[in-house]
Design a binder for this molecule. Structure first.
Ligand code: NAP
Length: 289
């Protein structure tokens, strides 16, 4: 093996090829794939993210539309747009860009997205379907983590897996999908008493907290697979800004069997999983599910 880094960009490129083939197969049956993203309030960062997302979609053959609503839009207005997209047969996928302006309740709005068109897998109904083993659309970051782990060839069935961070968007769904893979899962959170005692047992360690340097070499078992979900902007001693994860990658690398880099690990795979889910939504719409 050349090195221990798990190449998320390479894996994402393979996923994009698979999605492209799936979209062509649907097109051959006369069916299109159309994702509408809703952006409430226009910021340069939000616009740039949406623009990149649009390019990623179009590169695999997904028609992408961005609906931008004014920053002072109220809950009823945004809900109304979601409902009209739910009922529009030409729209096969819907996503809502976060963060939203403060007057809006994101969970309530995510709840209103038709579960089959919910390409981010954020509707609580979709989490529920995962729990009951009838997955429609799973959350993108959690799917990305599972694909990255599987790419190492490790057997998840029976493996000791430890997840650090318990948010609704990352940690909890990751723990859920690892459980579905029959790993023995420990979910660590802010109230965990001795974090290192748990993480040191992990054959597979997933960290999704948002605190740079939280996981040091002391936290890691020899030969562990380490997946770093964290994305943190930090300033180096020389004043330059860079993006790092939650794992002290330099210190952990010698102990780990495989480890994801930041950037270039979970990030590109999460984008690829959004494309995969968008294809899946369009496929599901043509079935009785
Ligand atoms: P979040 O909503 O802030 O959740 C962080 C979780 O970690 C919370 O459950 C928090 O608990 C817990 N936590 C805080 N300090 C902890 C500690 N010392 N030990 C154990 N748990 C602790 O953040 P998120 O949305 O899950 O995102 C986490 C990180 O992943 C961020 O850096 C984010 O940018 C990144 N992320 C990356 C991707 C990707 O595609 N690569 C996708 C999603 C998120 P409390 O809430 O109780 O403090």
């Amino acid at each position: 093996m050349a090195d221990k880094w798990i190449d998320g960009a390479l894996l994402a490129a393979t996923t994009r090829q698979e999605v492209t083939a799936g979209i062509r197969a649907l097109a051959a049956k006369g069916r299109g794939v159309h994702l509408t993203a809703i952006l409430v309030g226009s910021t340069p960062a939000g616009e740039l993210y949406a623009q990149r997302q649009g390019q990623a979609c179009e590169a695999v053959g997904i028609a992408y539309e961005l609906r931008t609503l004014p920053a002072d839009a109220d809950q009823e207005t945004v809900a109304g747009v979601i409902q009209s997209l739910n009922h529009d047969p030409s729209v096969t996928g819907i996503m809502l860009h976060l963060p939203l302006p403060r007057q809006l309740d994101p969970t309530d709005l995510q709840y209103q997205i038709d579960p089959v068109k919910d390409v981010e897998g954020v509707n609580p109904a979709n989490i529920g379907y995962v729990v009951y083993g009838h997955t429609l659309i799973a959350p993108c970051t959690a799917m990305a983590v599972i694909e990255l782990i599987k790419s190492t060839g490790v057997t998840l069935r029976g493996a000791e897996a430890v997840v650090v961070g318990a948010s609704e968007i990352a940690g909890k769904p990751i723990a859920l999908l690892l459980t579905e893979q029959m790993a023995t899962v420990t979910l660590c959170h802010i109230a965990t008493k001795d974090l290192a005692a748990h993480t040191r047992r992990a054959e597979v360690l997933v960290v999704a907290v948002g605190k740079p340097g939280l996981i040091t070499a002391d936290h890691v078992r020899d030969g562990a697979i380490v997946i770093d979900v964290g994305i943190n902007r930090v300033t180096s001693p020389d004043g330059t800004k860079k993006t790092v994860g939650d794992v002290d990658a330099e210190a952990v690398y010698p102990k780990a069997a495989r480890i994801t880099p930041v950037p270039g690990g979970v990030g590109p795979m999460t984008v690829a999983m959004l494309l995969k889910n968008t294809l899946r939504s369009a496929e599901l719409l043509g079935t009785n599910r």
